[in-house]
Ligand binder design. Structure first.
Ligand code: ATP
Length: 371
């Protein structure tokens, strides 16, 4: 059982009804969050949603207008940044250009006046963790972007903070390096058993690294959960759309059962069955959300085309190598996106432009949303 499922577990970071106003603007609006020891927690959301401001309040660079922040049971209100059990790694790595890798990493420890041998051991350990062995004597301008990023990470972890705050730490890296570094980050976090809080606007990054994440919008946390929970069961169209690609179709409730809901969608041209639905009454307007990869795409109609089945015409195909994205235009005029894995090499396409196709899906792939 995970700490957040354990009613007796004490949160390591407790954010209680925290608000931050800049003039009349609510940058953070009454946010409450518990983060547990050893978590890799992601704050995710579009630009300006308040995630950096929330992180800066944890670090102590901003003071909440209202609310409380507790770390390790201690109220942080009167604790300045340098006395907090947190360390922040910035997007601009802020390395000292005239110092070697080793000296950059050792800097904070020297300031703490630790014994020389202790500094040497801890720097060596940090260098090993971020895999920079052999580059100890280089200066930042002799390193690649990814290596600089790893020096910054080593400098942050060498001080062994209980909490490491990361603000878009991989922003400057290209896609391949970014993906590799994401796994390295998780590796370092798990090896040292630290608590990491990362801010990112990149949903794939948040999902790759985090144990849980909070999606923010306009200063508020709109949903909280594990990456899989949030992707499979988004609570709103905003979250569904923010976490990857999704088709959203308007519908009207026909039957609202305890286990299963039946809705009718004019746009889809069929009834839709869904599992795990929110409470609703017949006649109510809702939205059906279906991820593009949940569809089965066929050139023949299924046995019961009246339920969970949309008929249409292939109007565009995007070939991405591993998958192809089919744009299907339905009779209602609505366009739907469907992703299919290319398990075989596509020499001749089994399904091509202007083909008449049927899209079907399982009831547990339809998510009913009320907002
Ligand atoms: P981004 O991904 O673009 O960094 P964000 O989600 O991190 O965005 P914040 O930087 O937390 O967003 O900003 C939230 C809101 O608060 C924005 O509207 C921003 O303009 C505003 N804001 C942030 N810092 C200040 C400040 N020091 N003074 C005034 N307004 C600010």
């Amino acid at each position: 059982i995970e700490p957040w499922q354990d009613p007796n577990a004490l949160p390591f970071i407790r954010i209680q009804n925290v608000t931050k106003k800049f003039g009349d603007l609510y940058a953070v609006d009454n946010v409450s969050l518990d983060i547990y020891r050893g978590e890799f927690f992601a704050l995710l959301g579009p630009s300006g949603c308040g995630k950096t401001t929330l992180l800066r309040m944890l670090a102590g660079f901003e003071t909440p207008t209202q609310g409380r922040i507790l770390i390790d049971g201690q109220d942080m209100a009167a604790v300045p940044p340098w006395r907090r059990p947190v360390n922040m790694m910035f997007q601009s790595y802020a390395l000292f250009p005239h110092m070697t890798v080793e000296d950059n990493i050792a800097f904070g420890l020297k300031q703490e006046r630790l014994a020389r041998s202790e500094i040497r051991d801890r720097v060596a350990e940090a260098i090993r963790l971020v895999q920079l062995e052999g580059r100890e004597k280089r200066r930042p301008d002799q390193l690649s972007g990814g290596q600089k990023q790893r020096v910054a990470l080593a400098r942050a972890i060498v001080k062994r903070p209980k909490v490491l705050l990361l603000d878009e730490p991989l922003g400057a890296l290209d896609k391949k390096l970014r993906e590799r570094t994401q796994f390295e980050l998780v590796n370092v976090q798990e090896t040292l058993g630290l608590t990491f809080v990362i801010v990112t606007h990149d949903q794939e990054e948040a999902m790759t690294v985090s144990t849980r994440m909070a999606v923010m919008n306009e200063g508020q946390v709109v949903q909280l959960g594990t990456p899989a929970e949030m992707y499979e069961y988004p609570a709103s169209r905003f979250v569904a759309d923010f976490l990857g690609d999704v088709n959203v179709l308007e519908a009207r409730v026909v039957e609202a059962g305890r286990e299963r809901m039946r809705v009718h969608s004019e746009a889809a041209g069929c009834d839709v069955l869904a599992d795990r639905s929110p409470p609703a009454v017949p006649g109510e307007t809702v939205w059906v959300a279906i991820r593009p990869e949940k569809f089965v795409l066929a050139k023949e109609p299924p046995a019961d085309p009246a339920v969970n089945c949309m008929a249409g015409e292939v109007w565009d195909i995007g070939y991405l190598g591993d998958v192809s994205i089919y744009h299907v235009r339905l009779a209602s005029g609505v366009a739907v996106r469907c992703t299919q894995a290319n398990r075989q090499r596509l020499i001749e396409r089994p399904i091509t432009w202007e083909d008449r196709v049927w899209l079907t899906w399982a009831p547990d792939a339809s998510v009913i949303l009320k907002s």
